[in-house]
Design a protein around this ligand. Structure first.
Ligand code: FES
Length: 104
């Protein structure tokens, strides 16, 4: 699977999240408090709300609609009403570019 350039790392605030659309799917790309990057599906598994409009706290994303919470490192749902995990995808930074390994 190829690596796709999504944005520059400085385009994501520290403890922030941005939306990235690719091949008809929406993803959420996170920058951790320690400048690591992560990527998950972009829609909440509860009611398909965009997670990039949510709140990042440490390694968690809080959904903006019902405050369900996911661990964005693994995609695990860790607070109801979110109960199904998100898919997560490999992400890394190279020369300041955020690279993602996504399905075609
Ligand atoms: S839509 Fe995300 S918790 Fe309900």
């Amino acid at each position: 699977m190829a690596w796709i350039s999504a944005c520059r790392v400085e385009d994501i605030e520290q403890e922030g999240v941005v939306r990235f659309d690719h091949a008809g799917k929406t993803y959420a790309v996170y920058r951790s408090p320690h400048d690591e990057v992560f990527c998950t599906d972009g829609l909440c598994t509860h009611e398909a709300i965009h997670l990039a409009e949510g709140l990042v706290m440490d390694y968690e994303i809080e959904c903006p609609k019902h405050a369900g919470v996911f661990d964005y490192r693994t995609g695990d749902a860790i607070r109801l009403p979110a109960c199904r995990k998100l898919n997560s995808y490999p992400a890394r930074v190279e020369d300041g570019a955020v690279l993602l390994q996504l399905p075609a």
